[in-house]
Design a protein around this ligand. Structure first.
Ligand SMILES: [Zn+2]
Length: 198
C-alpha cells in the first residue's frame, strides 16, 4: 500500500491525501477497471519513445523515431522551445505557429546551479545546429511566467547566446501575466503572445 501511495505522490499536483484516495479508489474498483489500467500503463512501457527531433514523448505505432508533428512538412526558420509535451498541443491549437519545436521536459528549479541535470543541452544544441543548416532564423522561448520559468529562461538565453551568438532569441509578448502557466492560457492570449514576441 505504502509503495503505491508513494508512486501516486509523484504525479503532478498530487499530495499524500489524494494519493491515499487513489489507492482506496483502486481497492474499491472492479477487476476489469484495474486490468484496463495495468494494460494502459504497460502499453506506455512498450510503445512510448522520445522523438529524435523535438524531444517529446509519443506513442510509437509506426516504428518511427520522429513524432507526428516532426514528420510533417513545416517551416524550418523558427524553433519554439517549450517545457512540456502537452504545451505543443496547446500551441498547435492556436493555428498561429507552423515552425519547429523542442521540448525541455523539465524546468530548472530557481537558483539551481545544475541546469544540465534538468535539461539535455546537447540534444538542444544538436537540434539548433541541424535547423541552422536549413535556414533557422529565430528561437522563441515560451515558458511559464513563474519563478522556475523565468530562471530557466535566463539560463537558456545565456547558454544559447553563448553557443549561437548570431541567433535571434525572442520571448513571448504581452498577455502571459506573471505567475501564469502556458497550460492555462487561452488560445487568443497565446496567439497574441506569439504575435507580439520581443
Ligand atoms: Zn517531434
Amino acid at each position: 500500500m505504502e509503495e503505491l501511495i508513494e508512486l501516486f505522490k509523484k504525479f503532478p499536483g498530487i499530495g499524500p491525501r489524494q494519493a491515499k484516495r487513489f489507492v482506496s479508489f483502486l481497492m474499491n474498483s472492479n477487476n476489469g477497471y484495474r486490468q484496463d489500467l495495468i494494460t494502459g500503463i504497460s502499453h506506455i512501457n512498450d510503445k512510448v519513445v522520445t522523438c529524435i527531433d523535438c524531444n517529446r514523448k509519443f506513442i510509437n505505432y509506426k516504428n518511427t523515431d520522429k513524432c507526428q508533428i516532426c514528420t510533417k512538412k513545416r517551416e524550418d526558420n523558427k524553433l519554439l522551445i517549450l517545457a512540456y509535451d502537452n504545451d505543443i498541443e496547446i500551441f498547435e491549437r492556436t493555428m498561429a505557429y507552423n515552425g519547429q519545436y523542442f521540448i525541455l521536459g523539465k524546468y530548472i528549479p530557481l537558483f539551481s546551479e545544475k541546469a544540465h541535470e534538468y535539461i539535455d543541452f546537447d540534444k538542444l544544441y544538436k537540434r539548433i545546429e541541424n535547423l541552422n543548416t536549413k535556414g533557422l532564423q529565430e528561437i522563441i522561448l515560451a515558458l511559464n511566467a513563474t519563478s522556475d520559468g523565468d530562471y530557466t529562461l535566463k539560463i537558456l538565453k545565456e547558454n544559447i547566446a553563448k553557443r549561437f551568438p548570431e541567433m535571434k532569441i525572442s520571448l513571448l509578448g504581452r498577455g502571459i501575466s506573471t505567475g501564469s502557466e502556458i497550460e492555462y492560457a487561452d488560445q487568443e492570449t497565446l496567439r497574441e503572445a506569439l504575435k507580439f514576441r520581443r
